[in-house]
Design a binder for this molecule. Structure first.
Ligand SMILES: [Zn+2]
Length: 117
């Protein structure tokens, strides 16, 4: 095999390989798209199950366990949101770490954040 043939073969192999790489990247992207679609559908399905759980309490023990965990988290979120919406007097909680503050504290005892009044 001559030098030119070797060069040609090398070039061919590289371009073929890069073609395969592009193909693999496309396939990977398609997999990622499909996987995120599955995740979306599963979330949708989960929301439906949670709705049924709230309305009728249906589902096996495993579903009920997850639903109870979701319920607890939702309650926690509601509590945290309440802190943000100003139902709690300003300055009661540290703006940085959310720790409860002593009355008239100038600094958060947990993280040291300066309390702005
Ligand atoms: Zn703090």
């Amino acid at each position: 095999m001559g030098l030119w043939d070797k060069v040609k073969e090398g070039t061919k192999t590289i371009s073929e390989r890069s073609g395969e790489l592009v193909e693999a990247a496309k396939i990977r992207a398609a997999i990622a798209r499909a996987e995120s679609e599955v995740l979306k559908k599963e979330t949708e399905l989960g929301r439906l199950i949670y709705k049924w759980y709230e309305e009728q309490g249906v589902g096996g023990p495993e579903e009920a366990k997850i639903c109870e965990e979701i319920k607890a988290l939702k309650e926690e979120i509601a509590e945290l949101k309440e802190r943000l919406t100003g139902d709690v007097p300003e300055g009661m909680y540290c703006k940085k770490c959310s720790a409860k503050l002593e009355e008239d504290a100038n600094y958060c005892s947990k993280c040291g954040y300066r309390v702005v009044k």
